[in-house]
Each structure stands twice: as C-alpha cells, then as structure tokens.
Design a protein around this ligand. Structure first.
Ligand code: GLN
Ligand code: ZN
Length: 510
C-alpha cells in the first residue's frame, strides 16, 4: 500500500528486527524513481553503529530506490546528547557508545561512503569494527561465572515449590494478618531535604556516615508514622533511592551509569537511564542494610522492596548483542540472591515491582507470547527461591491490565497491588472475572493527585473491591509509591485508609 501510494519518498527503519523491512521492500519491487530515507542508525539505542554492515544494507537499498538518504531509524529524542561527555567511563568502553552527536556523525560518514566511495571512510569503518570487536571480547560482556549460572537454570528454578493455596496458609500462620490488611507500595515522600542531602553527598559537602544517618533518621520517622497510623505491613520508605532502577543499576556489575545521559521521559520530566552493557551480577547485597534496619525498629512485618527484571531492562538502555530474555535471566538471578538474603535475615514479605511489564508489551500481537513468556519467567526466577511462608508481592501501575491478565497469573506472586482508584476498581473486576485466585490490592488512594481522600470515599472503594474479591484475599493500599507526595497529604490519606479498612473489616457489607 505504501509503495503504491502517491508519495515522493518513504522513511523506514532497518535496524534490529526492522531489518525485515528490507525483504518487504524488495518483495514489492522497491521504490523505483523515488526517495528512500533509510534508517540504518538505531535511534533507540546507544551502541556504536556497525558501519560495514550499514554500508552493505545501503548498497542493497540503492538498488531498490531512485535515491537513498541515510538516516536514524527514528527521532534522536530517545538518546542522550553526547557520549564524549561521559569522562567517568573507561575510554575503551566509551568507544562502544554513540549518543545523538555520535549518531549524527555516523549518518554523515555513511552518506559520504555511499556518495563518494567507501574508501573515503575506510578508517572510520575500521574504528567501528574495532570498537565492536572490543565490546564482544570484553570481560564486561562475557563473564563466565554469570553465563555458567544462566545456562544451568532449570524449569524448577522458576517455580515455587507449593501451590498458592498452601503457601497462603503458611503465610497466614506466620504473619497473622487481620482481614483486609493495610500496606503501602514502598516509597514515602522524597523530600527536598533528602534530595539536598544526596546532592551534598555527591558534591562532597556531606560524608557517607552523615548521609547514612540522614537516611536512618528518615526510616525511623517512616516506621514510627506507619505504626501510629496503624498500618499492618510496613515499608522502610525508600529514602536512599533517587530512582527505583538507577539505585539497583549502581549496585549491579554489568551496568554503566552516565553523568549527563538525560533523555525526556514525558513533558518536562527527564530521566538518566543506566546502560546495561555487560553480564549482570551482584557483588554484594543491595537493600539488606536498610530493610533489616527498618525491621529492627518494629514488631510488624517490614516489606522488602526490589525492582523486577523486566522493569530493570525497560527503563535502561539494553544490550543489542544478546536476546533480551538472556539479559533478563541474568538480572533475575542477581535479584534472586537479594531475595534469599532478605529472607535469611528474617524479612517475611518481599515485593518485586514490575510497573513496566505492560508498557514493554510488543505492539505486534505475534511477538507478545514470546515476550510474556520470558518476562514472567524472569519474575518467577527472581522470586521462586523462597520458602512457602515468605510472602511475595508485586506491584504494577498505570496500565491497561486486560491484555495481560494471563501474564499476571503467570507471575505466581502471592499478592499483587495495582492502580485502580481512578478506574473505580475496574482491575479488581477484571481479575475476578478471569478467575484470579490470589491476593489483590487494587489501589484506593490515587497518589497522582494532591487530593486527600476521605474515609467515606475510601470505604466505598474498599466495598467496591469486595464486590469483586473476597475479603480474605483483598488488601487495602494506595495506587502507587508516595515519593512525589507531601508528608502532610500522606499522613492524612493513610490515616484515613486505615480507618476505612477497620470500618470495612467490622461491617464488610453495610
Ligand atoms: N516501590 C516503588 C515506589 O513505591 C514502586 C514505584 C512504581 O510503581 N513505579 O515508589
Ligand atoms: Zn506504581
């Protein structure tokens, strides 16, 4: 249809799986006499271009169109500005990277190659080959111990040893939760003061010990407030994390951090995605210290808080030299070790967040089953090593859940909390309709708004949840983490939430 359309030119992506566009274009006889904008430089990733390979793609394309323009596969808005600024990185590793400036140079180089002759760019082609070879042979991308471990994964490693019903009984016996237990999704307000302390630490104005004491003080305040408000399953509040992916990326081998690699997230929000460059492993525990500290302050269970493998990939720049599924398995095993350490330290409830599970669902329906299979396997690999009486939670936000109900089931998490306040518990009804057998916490407090929900409103939403999920399997919690909210709103909202939960416990249907 496109080839037959009355257009002068067409821009297509020829990178990664979109390389299939080459065959499709040939199959319709190309675009004779017209202009092809050939996206051979990947606009979504940060790896140096294989110039030799792009030249050969371009040579084929030159036979299929009247004129070929070299281009990026999409706008450069997804990549940071300039890899040269990353002077903290090993210079050898920096050569593997191409941000917007480097990609623009690659486009110019390739254009020179196809218009004036490949010999003019021979040196640069050689450079790109050398960078790619160095990357392929580097100890960072080939860690034998990591590869041995992923190769040895068995089907049983990604399965809990008992079915949910038996686990639930063991967990109830250990945790002794009330009906309709109350909890939160993990973060408490990231105040200006906390952010200033982190900036001071980075700038050397605050030493590590003083910063750690600031974090400890915040945890004490968060625990004290939750006890006072009467929450049942507590959290430490994540004061030490600026970002739920960055925090773990900085602690895992195989990840690189950038200093200036900002990209737009949405509107005026920007993020600095880490780069998943090599084989992933965990040199030491990442969350144990603050989680066990929080647990030492209270008799109530404190929920450990980790970011799941799919989200760790989705919000990073990922490797293009191995299947995503393989990278996900490596991250999953590192998280599995963290889960084991938390469990051994007496943490009875562990949440592994997967807010990106739905977001990364491929657009093409044909690609979805394979994605969901590796994504859910990676989650189970991270979480299945625990005892029956350790309760695994997961959390997802802002999504059309309808399309992934099967995948939510396949995670086999004991408890899932989801965004639901704005859709009036729609997801609770969808899960119930699909026969979801486990515990659910459809969020009753919309944390995206500064509005403080009152007790009546929260009570009504909980009762709405009860219309879908029986009280033995329903949790009361906010929609998402509280890091963007102010303490005053959080205090009042969560206090109202615990009052509403108590009210519904006592009179579920009135
Ligand atoms: N545990 C995280 C938090 O509370 C989850 C955030 C998210 O879902 N994006 O902040
Ligand atoms: Zn969320």
């Amino acid at each position: 249809m496109l080839a037959a359309a009355p257009i002068d030119g067409l821009g297509l992506d020829f990178t990664g799986p979109a390389e299939a566009n080459l065959e499709d274009l040939a199959a319709v006889g190309g675009l004779p006499g017209r202009r092809l904008v050939a996206g051979v430089v990947d606009g979504r990733n940060i790896w140096v271009n294989d110039l030799e390979r792009s030249l050969s793609t371009l040579a084929t394309l030159l036979g299929l169109a009247g004129r070929v323009d070299v281009a990026a596969s999409c706008s450069l808005l997804h990549v940071p500005y300039d890899a040269e600024l990353e002077t903290d990185l090993d210079p050898g590793v920096r050569r593997w990277l191409a941000f917007a400036r480097q990609k623009t140079a690659e486009i110019v180089t390739l254009t020179r190659g196809i218009t004036r002759g490949p010999h003019l760019i021979a040196d640069l082609v050689e450079d790109s080959k050398a960078a790619l070879r160095a990357r392929a042979e580097s100890a960072l991308t080939r860690a034998p111990a990591v590869r041995k471990r992923t190769a040895a994964i068995t089907e049983a490693d990604a399965r809990r040893s008992r079915p949910y019903a038996e686990r639930a009984a063991a967990q109830r016996a250990r945790l002794k939760p009330p009906l309709l237990p109350t909890t939160t999704i993990g973060s408490f307000p990231q105040t200006a003061d906390l952010r200033a302390a982190r900036a001071d630490l980075r700038a050397g104005r605050l030493d590590q010990a003083a910063y750690d004491e600031r974090v400890a003080a915040e945890i004490r305040a968060v625990i004290a407030f939750q006890e006072e408000a009467g929450l049942d399953v507590l959290v430490h509040g994540e004061p030490e994390r600026d970002d739920m992916v960055q925090y773990f990326a900085e602690r895992l081998d195989g990840y690189l951090a950038t200093r200036h690699g900002w990209v737009q997230s949405y509107g005026t929000r920007h993020v600095r995605p880490p780069i998943l460059a090599g084989d992933v492993s965990r040199p030491e525990p990442m969350t144990l210290r603050w989680t066990t500290y929080a647990q030492s302050l209270t008799g109530r269970p404190v929920k450990g808080m980790l970011t799941g493998p799919v989200t760790m990939l989705a919000w990073s720049f990922v490797r293009d030299d191995q299947p995503l599924a393989e990278t996900a398995r490596q991250v999953a095993l590192a998280l599995r070790d963290e889960v084991a350490d938390l469990e051994a330290a007496g943490i009875a409830v562990i949440q592994v967040d997967e807010p990106a599970l739905r977001e990364t669902l491929p657009l093409r329906a044909a690609a979805r089953p394979a994605y969901l299979a590796w994504a859910t396997e990676a989650f189970r690999l991270a979480t299945s090593g625990v005892r029956d009486d350790t309760q695994i939670h997961t959390h997802m936000c802002y999504a059309e859940f309808g399309e992934i109900l099967g995948a939510i089931e396949d995670l086999d998490a004991d408890v899932i909390s989801l965004e639901a306040a704005r859709s009036h518990m729609q997801v609770a009804h969808e899960l119930a309709g699909a026969g979801y057998p486990r515990e659910v916490g459809p969020g009753v407090y919309d944390i995206h708004s500064p509005r403080v929900p009152d007790v009546d409103e929260l009570t009504a939403l909980l009762r709405e949840g009860l219309a879908a999920i029986p009280i033995e399997r329903l949790w009361a919690n906010p929609d998402c983490g509280l890091k963007t909210r102010a303490w005053d709103e959080v205090r009042r909202s969560l206090t109202n939430l615990t009052i509403a939960a108590r009210r519904v416990r006592e009179e579920p249907s009135s």
